[in-house]
Design a protein. Sequence first.
Length: 406
Amino acid sequence: MVHEVDVLNPVPESEQRWLSRTLKNETVGGLLLMAAAVFALVWANSNWASSYESLVSFEVGPESLGLNLSLGTWASDFLLAIFFFVIGCELKHEFVLGTLSNPRIAAVPIGAALGGMLVAAAIFLAFNFNTPAQAAWGLPISTDVAFALAVLAIAGQRLPIELRSFLLTLAVVNDLGAIMVIAIFYGHGFHLNWFVSAVSLLTLFGLLQNRKITSAYIFVPLALLAWYAMFRSGIHATIAGVALGLLMRVRKTESEIISPCDKAELTLRPFSAGFAVPIFAFLAAGVNVLGTTLAEAISDPLTMGVMCGLIIGQPIGVTLGAFLVSRFTSGTLNPALSWWDVVVVGTLASIGFTVALLIAEVTFGSDIEMLATSKFAIIFTNLVAIIVSVLAISIRSVLIGRYKTE
């Protein structure tokens, strides 16, 4: 006889402090992200647009090391590597101590995340198959948890913490999928010798973690070298960030108050959410939309693919993926939550900004027109997705009749 397991069990008390801290930091970061993106958009469409473009393209760094990069590249390759490191720490925590440590409990959020990614990508390809935009099929697959949690902070403060935990778990799995897509499909000019160097440095990093060495004087230089080797290998440098996060030790020793993984995350998350991601958004979101009508911009197949992929594909895919897993496995939804809660999570999953901008940069970096169109599509779609998510949360309150207080 197969025993059922609740996929949205009440969050254990031992995890609530970690979850609350994560939600709080991501919410603040999401609000800063919104402000930075709006500021960039206004500046790029003002009389001072040329100064914005000059700022983004301003180069700095040692040319002898191949690091004389524009500020925009530093933001996407280095600052986002810190963001991805925090994601890696989240993944390690979830794999070892959190929801994903139990395969049966993890099945539904994993199924929901994969369903959302697959349906969103399929819808995008339906609009852009055999066109130059086809290569950007990864644009609608990502969920921006910072944006989503900021929307929850404004419109869904009384939603149950179990639902928020489910959203966070889904977003973590989604991030892992997006990272794999970037690593496999969006690398440029692969160099084997640098890749071997990066893997060797990452292996050494992991071995030292397992040996319970904790000195930052060892790990910070080693992490920087691993990032540099990954950058030179042709694989996007942010992959080094998530790899380093996954190699962090998450179980503390008897003499430790907090594990190295949680300590690193606690230290870097405020910097990631409050500075690294907003600065990336500011340097990447400034797209000039003047000179074209709104109708023309929206009707572009690239825009339609992103918009329909995220706003339609993610909710359908998330709900369908969760339903199929719960229907054909031993998993079942927590009786305190409804399938409308899963639909709400699906609408929140349609908010995809940071990783989508990164994929746009690495796909259309040399094509100014396509890059501008893709950035417009991402920004416009996220505005619509936020409105749809707020409406879904409001409808939920009417259908359920009450909110479950935390």
